[in-house]
Ligand binder design. Structure first.
Ligand SMILES: O=P(O)(O)OC[C@H]1O[C@](O)(COP(=O)(O)O)[C@@H](O)[C@@H]1O
Ligand SMILES: [Mg+2]
Ligand SMILES: [Mg+2]
Length: 319
């Protein structure tokens, strides 16, 4: 059973990237320990502020953001960070090499019900000779050098890719280190399950409503097959289930709020998950574009997301 530190040390990844990955994942172990304390530590509930996206921050959104921010800004390899919970990018070291975008706590609405949440991260290599600006981050997901998430579930798991497949690690809580538990993840091309917040159905495009109608029609409908539905309400949990046993996850375009034509954020939700899904053999699209090809226009940009089993994503796009 190999530890993450052994896997990294025996890899051909630059030491600088190994250091960024080690700091990110070690901080997630600290976040995991904090989460385990729950209401005993007075860390549940609202923080009393809104983030730049007008969402109410939970105390744990702020705590996990501060933990990652402090740890990464202290690392000489880090040029800047961008976070769901920070209005603007935060420059670190002008001569640092890496830009890290993260969602410190994904699935915030699950915090107070003691259900699954996670941290999602995306890492780019981009040197420069001036302090980093937002423009430095506006590069497509194709250029991610590493991406992944830590899922805080019954066990804490790390899943990441450096562009050469996807590996899963499980936290050994006694040793406080991640142990490799699945060296390579392969996603089946066909799906039996879908993850879709059906309560938004009336706000979707006609095509999306037709696709969902046909999924639900099951064996008696045009798909001639029964599908099961699952919704964790944390993208990190839904994507993890898909990487473990297949399926499709969709957060489509909707007309609920014209300023948010898609709920999920490109830089720290869609891009890193798209990299993991593609690296395991699946597909990740908006309604029209491969997610990793999108040229970002802002660090908090939102996109529609259709990802998972390759043939089911194709089927969805065919509508
Ligand atoms: O309210 P809904 O439609 O269930 O939304 C759930 C989605 O929102 C998110 O929780 C957004 O992420 P944050 O919790 O980081 O804001 C996704 O993880 C999840 O897929
Ligand atoms: Mg999120
Ligand atoms: Mg979040």
């Amino acid at each position: 059973m190999q530890s993450l530190s052994n896997v990294l040390a025996s890899s051909s990844l630059p030491t600088s990237l190994q250091n960024v990955l080690t700091t990110t994942t070690q901080t997630c172990i600290d976040i995991s320990s904090t989460l385990k304390k729950g209401s005993l530590a007075g860390i549940l509930g609202m923080a009393g502020n809104e983030n730049v996206q007008g969402e109410e921050q939970k105390k744990l959104d702020v705590i996990s953001n501060d933990m990652l921010k402090d740890a990464l800004l202290a690392l000489p390899e880090v040029r800047a960070i961008a976070s769901e919970e920070e209005d603007d990018i935060v420059p670190a070291h002008t001569d640092g090499e890496y830009l890290i975008a993260f969602d410190p706590l994904d699935g915030s609405s699950n915090i107070d019900i003691n259900s699954m949440v996670g941290t999602i991260f995306s890492i780019y290599s981009k040197k420069g000779d001036k302090p980093a600006t937002e423009a430095d981050f506006l590069i497509s997901g194709n250029q991610q050098v590493a991406a992944g998430y830590v899922l805080y579930g019954p066990s804490t798991m790390l899943v990441f890719s450096t562009g050469n497949g996807v590996a899963m690690y499980t936290l050994d809580v006694d040793k406080s280190e991640f142990i490799l538990t699945q060296a390579s993840v392969t996603l089946a091309k066909e799906a039996q399950e879908f993850a879709l917040n059906m309560s938004n159905q009336r706000f979707w495009s006609d095509n999306m409503q037709n696709y969902a109608r046909d999924l639900i029609a099951g064996k008696e409908g045009p798909r001639q097959k029964n599908f099961n539905m699952r919704w964790v309400a944390a993208m990190v949990g839904d994507v993890h289930r898909i990487l473990c046993r297949g399926g499709i996850f969709i957060y489509p375009w909707d007309k609920k709020d014209p300023t948010k034509p898609g709920k999920l954020r490109l830089m720290y939700e869609a891009n890193p998950m798209a990299m993991l899904i593609e690296q395991s053999g699946g597909k990740a699209y908006t309604h029209t574009h491969r997610i990793l090809d999108i040229q970002p226009t802002g660090i908090h940009q939102r996109v529609a997301v259709i990802l998972g089993a390759a043939n089911e994503v194709d089927k969805c796009l065919s509508y």
